[in-house]
Structure formats: structure tokens, C-alpha cells
Design a protein around this ligand. Sequence first.
Ligand SMILES: C[S@@+](CC[C@H](N)C(=O)[O-])C[C@H]1O[C@@H](n2cnc3c(N)ncnc32)[C@H](O)[C@@H]1O
Length: 378
Amino acid sequence: MAASVLTRFCINKSKDSIRFIQRRYRVKTKWAATRPTFPATELALHNFDTSYSIQLRDLWPSIRVAMLSEQKYGALINSFSSAPNVITELEAQGCKDFISIDCTRNEVHQSSLDSMTPHRDSTELDPAALQPSMSPDIKCLVFPKGDISRFNPARPDSSGILGYYLLDAASVLPVLALDVQPGHTVLDLCAAPGGKTLALLQTHSVNHLWANDLSGSRTMRLRRTLQSYLPKEFLEENKIHITSTDGRQLGMTEEKSFERVLVDVPCTTDRHSAMVEENNIFKRSRTKERQKLPLLQTQLLLAGIQATRRGGNIVYSTCSLSQLQNECVVQQAISLAQQELGITMQVQDLRWWWKLWPEAYPTAWMSVVCAAYLKSPA
Ligand SMILES: C[S@@+](CC[C@H](N)C(=O)[O-])C[C@H]1O[C@@H](n2cnc3c(N)ncnc32)[C@H](O)[C@@H]1O
């Protein structure tokens, strides 16, 4: 009975009353024709202005400028290539390895640890416990601060292996934070197009790497990247397993299998969304997908937690400043891991990390500003 009433009448809400009117007399709002269409980049920027001006307060204007400035690339040196003089030639152009240059690192590290101490909650690691030893094998060269010169395309060696891979310099930070040690089995849950996978392999510590991505076409890109940067023999050694599956399932199927898990989730890709119209997640047609991101991110992080062995580490990273996609996701995933899986995680906020690399700043702001490092107690 109630259903038949609902199909014949609809509710008309006016200012202070609700009336039922027959469906055939209602005037349907024509959203598609009457709603103004704004470029997705404008919607993105409006959204960021509204939320980040509250979240980041005085910092937002300068971060906004950084976000709208030309992207600064880094050249991730490919140690599998025998192309001669790659580093020397880049240094001759004024580039430096941003991972090793900062001599004040320890000073900054200490002050960063001090300044964050009062804000820690009970689930956070003691910052002193987070001293990932940075792999000396990862080298990423950048032009000096303020210099946005473009890199020449990488040259191949005699076997066709390219000398460096261009990426946002800050993309290397989650890999450094993962702290891969010799013999580790590593899962890269959302791996395509493969910049971080390649950086993981530069450590020469990975015993076995599983690189996964849901998108078939992006997984093909990942495969092609690895073929251009790794010797054929290395790829034939079965050290790398590439799959294209929903990462949310790997938590159950690969439970407690990895010492290190990288969860580099799909997100609102803030810089891209503010600058590029094509494939923009702020397009009206992608509204639902955008709204579901925090749920997807939580499920992916939970899967990553489940796939980690006791005592292992997980790094969660996004290229968004959104608290909803960063802190909230991490908090939600660790509480679900506790309640549903009985796994207790300790969490470390990695925001202080970007202070270690002033040369890469402000790039670091944009890519991994809210990465988190989670540790499963041994
Ligand atoms: C930020 S990108 C990863 C970038 C990559 N880590 C790199 O460094 O090149 C996020 C990726 O997550 C993938 N993705 C989206 N949903 C997924 C899911 N349910 N499971 C696994 N991967 C997913 C997307 O296809 C996209 O390639």
C-alpha cells in the first residue's frame, strides 16, 4: 500500500510545509540543462580553498602557490643501467642527489621529533623508534631549489636499459620510509605506473617483489616500465610477480606474507586535479567515485595490514592534503584492524619527513605530505 502511494505521489517541500502532489503534475528539475558547468579544475580548486584554508590555516596560501606551480621532477638513477657518466653529466648541469645532500639532516630530525612529541596519541610510535636506515643505493637527482629546468630524456645503455626515470622527487619518500632490508619480501599493492616499484628495486635488498594494480592498462604500463629499466635476466629470475587484481582481496589471499607493504592509494591527486582538465576526478561524472575514495583507501590499507607479517612495516601514502584521505583513513584502518582482525598496529605520522629535504621542498609537500608509517609489533 505504502509503495503504491509513493509511486503515484511525490513530496513537494516548500519553505514551511510538505505537500503531496500527484506525480503527473510535478515539475521535474532539469539538472543537466540548468546546472552551470564549471571546469573540473575550478571545482577542485574551490574544494581545496574551502577545506584546506581551514585545515592548514596560514600555510594554505603558500602551499596553494606550490600546488599551482610547475611540477619539479627528479631523476631516479637506475643502478641496473650501465650507461656511462649518467650522474656526472647531471651534476655538470647543476643537479644534486637530494637524498644525501642535506648535511643538517640530524639537526632537523631532532627538532622535528621534539616538536611533534606533545601531539602524539597512544597509538603512535615513539619517534625515536622510527629511524629507517635510508638505502644508500637510492639516488634521485634534482635541480637546485627554485630551478625548474627540464631533464633531457634518459639515454639507454648498450642493452637498451635507460639511465634514469623521471618522477616527482617526493615519490621516493614513501619508499625510503618503508625501510626495506636485505632479504625482504615486499608487496606494492597499487603499483602502476611503477615509479615507486622501480625505486624499491634500486635498494637491491628486495628478495621478492609483488607489484599489483587493479587497472589492466596501467599494469601494462608498469610492465613496460620494468622492461625498459631492468635487465632481461633480472626479470627472468622470478623475483618480481606482477598482477592486475583488486588489492582489497590480497589481504585475505596473501595473509601475513610480506615484511614490507607499500599502500600508495588512488586519491584526489590534488596537484593534477587543480591543473589538468583531462581525466580529472572532480568532473561531475566522477563525483560518486570521488566520494567513495576514503572507503576504498581504508579497505586497501586494511588489506595491506592483513598481508603484513608480524613485525613488518606498512607505508600508506597519497598525493592529497586531505585529512579525510590521510589521517582519517589511517585511524579508521587501524581501529578496524584491531576490532575485526585482532591486529594491533603502531602508527607514525611522517609529516616531519619533508623537513629533512629542504632541497626537494616544496615538491615534497605535494606528493606525500601525509604519509603514515605503520608497524606491526613483533
Ligand atoms: C597513486 S596511483 C599508484 C602510483 C604508483 N604507486 C607509482 O608510484 O607509480 C594509485 C593506483 O591505484 C590503482 N588502484 C585503484 N583501485 C585499486 C584497487 N582496488 N586495487 C589495486 N589498485 C588499485 C590505480 O589503478 C592506480 O594505478
